[in-house]
Design a protein around this ligand. Sequence first.
Ligand code: SER
Length: 312
Amino acid sequence: MNNILITGGNGQIGSELYTVLSERYGIGNIVSLDIQPPRMFGSRREVEHYEIVDVTDYKALRNTIKKYQIDTVFHLASLLSATGELKPDLAWNVNMNGLKNVLDLARDYQLQVFWPSSIAAFGPHSPQINTPQFTVLDPNTMYGVTKVAGELLCNYYFEKYNVDVRSLRYPGLISYKTPPGGGTTDYAVEIFYEAIKHKKYNCFVSAETRLPMMYMPDAIKATLDIMHAPAEQIKIRTSYNLAAISFSAEELANEIKKHIPEFECTYEPDFHQAIADSWPKSIDDSRAREDWGWSHEYDLAAMTADMLEKLA
Ligand code: SER
């Protein structure tokens, strides 16, 4: 890992990964790429090398990789599940053709690649409790379809071209630096902002909706752990199940109430509910723990306390 490219650099994961990687490898060795201009933090632009590129544009992507002599790509540019349902054609184009471009370039320029899959790869016929690593994958969202197809494509490029591509099925990710956009698990982030600002939140899934979740520091740790692991420890080249915590929307609201007693959460499920209902409630990630030593740090109480402290 010498010269690193992060696609989707402005996003929820990309912006946090950028900070951690620039501390570890030097800001001059990290390139952030996004279709949007760089995000401002106060009046500060945090990035040194920044490229405005559409990941579906193969030539522009190749030029960036050549310009900075990139050897490692964290390919995070993607549409999420809720936006994917509103714009299925765009979701297919960005999620699939973007990944194909990155994998083709990885084959031709010997790049190591990280690509995120998701709990959205599972569907209504996957077991919902302790969902196993190898099971039915029948997602009914366009986002989920692109995740399953993407996992298979990653495995194909590994088997056929020896591309060192590594992947995790992220649960819902909770963070305070950059809000997510267009996901189904976004309520678990919005609820913190609203609890602090307005002491109330109207949640778009029901109180009993339970989903696998993770605090961002754990997600970043998992991402770097899998990328740093010796190649022989990576025995799954589709994507690894990854888990930390599972809670219902109501359990999260109750945990926030311990810090903000006047906080009130109401529930008004909309189209997100059907998406959430098709996903697992908890995940069996024992293969990640066995193969490359994954372990998480934050439980619901520790995450909630830290989120509220950082956001306040
Ligand atoms: N957090 C994502 C979403 O809600 C799932 O990968 O779309």
